[in-house]
Every structure is written in structure tokens, then in C-alpha cells.
Design a protein. Structure first.
Length: 271
């Protein structure tokens, strides 16, 4: 009985997923190839034009009939005061949660160091570092949130309900990043971004958290691969592991509090 609606929901999100895949595989790689070939200005210009085309032609479709409905579907309403404060309060909690989960995960699984520096070849020049930062802090939060949380999660919520939609979108978001060694970390980030958008009913909550998370990662650009500690299977439980577990537990509890604050802010504004 439910098989047909389920497949119908998946078909409805196939287009947005294909578009963001093309954005990454074709567009972003073309920009990076221009940089590697020694044409930094052309690379930056191509990236800016690509982002503008994607936002206007595929997502916003400014000036066309149904624009307001599409903006509502993408949850492009501005953040209210309470929702903004709750989202800002979530930023340091997200930092702690992401750090702690990463510390625990790398002590359980032998993650290759290069996993954390996928764009190392581009960060050897100032132009390359600038491009990676612009893509990570500006382009990726906008494009990925509008697609994953606006189009994909939003459509699936109406068919599957919020829990299944959040879970499915977060897993697809993680797989999309093509870093299997740190898949659980990206799933966690997808759940955090997805909840923020669902609770506040505004895509800008997800964009803000996504940009903040990527900004923190961008601070390490050009520093080379990080030093990965030996796993617990070689050293046994260490003080660093217990510290990371404690921070993970505390930050998870704090996240539950700010998550409830986001939900309350979203409900009060709807009321």
C-alpha cells in the first residue's frame, strides 16, 4: 500500500539531487581545474557565475510565475528574533559536538589523514585558498541547504513525515560528500542542519550553521593533514578519549536544549 507513495517521493527529489551533483562534479571541478592550470581570476569568475546561475535559474527562478510558492517551498522566510538567537546559541554547541565526535571517531577507526584535507592541492597558492574558502563558506552552505533541506527534506517531510525525511536527507547529504571514512560525522551535521531548518521553518538557520561549521574547517586550510592519534585498539582507553566522550555527552545534552529553543521559536512565530 505504501510502496507507490514512497517511490513517488523519491522520484520527486531526484531532480534536485541530480542538479547538486552536477554542480559539484562538473561545475566545481571545472573551477578547480582552471585554478590548477594557472588561471585564478578565470576560476573565481567561473565560480561566481556558476553560483549565480544555480541560485537564479534552478532554485529562485526570479520573475517567473509561482516564485512566491517556490520560495515558501524552500523555506526562505527570514529568521525571527527568537529563532536567530537560538541558532546563534547552537553554533558553539555544534563546534563542541563536531569536535568531540571527530575525536571519538578517529580513536575508534583508523581514518587516513588526507581525509581531512581533500583540497590540499588547491591550497598551495593564495588564489586557491581564497577559492576554497569562498566555495566552502558561501557557495556550499547556500546551494546544499537550498537543495538538501529546502527541496529534498521539505518534499519528503510532506510525504514521509519529519523523522524519516530528516534521516534520509542526512544520510544522502553525508554520502554526497564522498568521504566514507568520516560518514557518521557528516550524518550528524546533516541531522543538525536539518533539524534547524525544520524547527525554525527557515532555510537560513541551516545556512548559518553550515557556514559556521565550514568557517571553522576553513581556518585549517593550508596547514596540511592533521596528526591522527592511534586508535583505542592499539593504546587502550586514554585520558584524551575519556575527555572527548565527556565533551560529546555534554554537548549532546546542550544540543537538545537549543534544539527545543529552536522548535519553540518556530512554533511561536507560526502562532
Amino acid at each position: 500500500m505504501n510502496r507507490k507513495p514512497r517511490w513517488s517521493a523519491l522520484r520527486s527529489v531526484a531532480g534536485p539531487l541530480l542538479a547538486v551533483l552536477l554542480w559539484t562534479v562538473v561545475g566545481a571541478n571545472a573551477v578547480f581545474l582552471l585554478l590548477l592550470a594557472g588561471y585564478p581570476v578565470a576560476g573565481l569568475l567561473a565560480g561566481a557565475l556558476l553560483l549565480a546561475w544555480f541560485l537564479r535559474a534552478y532554485l529562485l527562478r526570479a520573475g517567473r510565475p509561482g516564485e512566491l510558492r517556490r520560495r515558501a517551498e524552500l523555506r526562505m522566510r527570514p529568521l525571527g528574533r527568537d529563532a536567530l538567537l537560538a541558532t546563534l546559541a547552537a553554533v558553539p554547541v555544534l563546534f563542541a559536538l563536531s569536535w568531540a565526535l571527530g575525536e571519538v571517531w578517529t580513536r575508534l577507526v583508523p581514518v587516513p589523514p588526507e581525509t581531512f584535507t581533500p583540497f590540499e592541492s588547491l591550497t598551495r597558492t593564495p588564489e586557491g585558498r581564497l577559492t576554497v574558502v569562498l566555495f566552502a563558506v558561501v557557495a556550499a552552505p547556500l546551494v546544499e541547504e537550498l537543495v538538501f533541506r529546502g527541496l529534498v527534506q521539505g518534499r519528503l517531510e510532506r510525504r514521509w513525515g519529519p523523522a524519516r525525511a530528516l534521516a534520509f536527507t542526512s544520510v544522502v547529504f553525508a554520502v554526497f560528500h564522498a568521504l566514507p571514512w568520516v560518514l557518521p560525522i557528516h550524518v550528524m551535521l546533516g541531522l543538525v542542519f536539518g533539524w534547524a531548518v525544520y524547527a525554525t521553518r527557515s532555510i537560513w538557520a541551516g545556512v548559518l550553521l553550515h557556514a559556521a561549521n565550514n568557517s571553522l574547517a576553513a581556518l585549517g586550510i593550508g596547514a596540511g593533514p592533521p596528526e591522527i592519534p592511534p586508535t583505542v585498539w592499539r593504546t587502550g582507553p586514554t585520558a584524551e578519549l575519556w575527555t572527548a566522550l565527556a565533551v560529546l555527552a555534554v554537548s549532546a545534552l546542550l544540543w537538545l536544549r537549543v534544539a527545543r529553543a529552536m522548535r519553540a521559536a518556530g512554533r511561536s512565530r507560526r502562532g
